[in-house]
Design a protein around this ligand. Structure first.
Ligand SMILES: O=C(O)CCC(=O)C(=O)O
Ligand SMILES: [Fe+2]
Length: 266
């Protein structure tokens, strides 16, 4: 759906970028963020002090409860953004249920946080072309601190994942989503599903659009490895912790990635 309107987004985000200060996500990207459940405080609004500057800047524009009246956003774009985040909520729940089935999690531990406290954050990242793509990143190397991230990228490509110390291009596959495991989920799954270190590179000629849905628990959600995935051979790898602790640590480490979880290992 969003890519049918790629031209529109490019126009809109460019205009927005011109008319407001540039928002940077570690590197060179302009983002527009939507919160699916304005009634639930997103973590960056409840704890402004743990905000990365980039997200703080986005959140100023997406004041929860006022998403529909955010100035400068055409009504049609807002409606589309809303519909998209609702569809992503359904998809997220299905993915989590499938993962429970696959890993034999009968306690409902994966879906519990989500069903009770569900919240998605849909972000449009627009990466302008860059004459020297080797010198700057669109999004720096990081892991997402959330449960899972559902990512849709256009045909330009630029997402890379770190595997065996090498960056591997995650080539766009038309009509498909990329699903990333976040730090929170690595804890829940007791290391069975490790979070993914990734980044986005820029393109010399073409602008790129990605639509990223972060599936988040409430900031004070408490987690520990699912009892279904803990046994004698696989003792609990993490202590009990609050989602907020992951966020705070990620912020302190400037969203650089995997080391964050080492703070919570037992
Ligand atoms: O644009 C991309 O491919 C990656 C974006 C990303 O990792 C993020 O927004 O967290
Ligand atoms: Fe990410």
């Amino acid at each position: 759906m969003p890519f049918a309107s790629g031209v529109f987004f490019e126009w809109w985000l460019t205009a927005w970028m011109r008319s407001s200060s540039m928002i940077r996500l570690h590197g060179l990207a302009v983002s527009s963020t939507w919160i699916s459940r304005p009634s639930l405080n997103p973590w960056w609004m409840t704890r402004p002090e743990v905000l990365p500057d980039t997200i703080a800047a986005s959140s100023n524009r997406t004041n929860p409860g006022r998403n529909h009246s955010t100035p400068g956003r055409p009504q049609r774009f807002q409606e589309m953004h809303y519909k998209f985040s609702m569809a992503m909520e359904e998809l997220a729940l299905e993915i989590l249920q499938l993962l429970e089935e696959t890993l034999g999690v009968t306690s409902g531990d994966f879906t519990r946080h989500w069903e009770r406290l569900k919240r998605t954050l849909v972000r449009f990242n627009w990466y302008p072309p860059c004459e020297e793509p080797g010198l700057v990143l669109g999004a720096g190397s990081h892991t997402d601190p959330d449960i899972i991230t559902i990512l849709l990228q256009d045909e330009v490509g630029g997402l890379q994942i770190l595997k065996d110390s090498k960056w591997i291009a995650c080539k766009p596959l038309h009509g498909s989503f990329v699903v990333n495991v976040g730090d929170f989920f690595q804890v829940l799954s007791n290391d069975f599903l490790p979070s993914l270190q990734h980044r986005a590179v820029l393109n010399k000629e073409k602008a790129r659009l990605s639509v990223v849905t972060f599936v988040l628990p409430k900031v004070d959600a408490t987690i520990e490895p699912s009892s279904d995935l803990v046994d004698e051979d696989h003792p609990a790898a993490f202590r009990r912790l609050m989602f907020e602790e992951i966020i705070n640590a990620a912020k302190e480490m400037k969203f650089k990635g995997k080391e964050v979880l080492s703070l919570f290992r037992v």
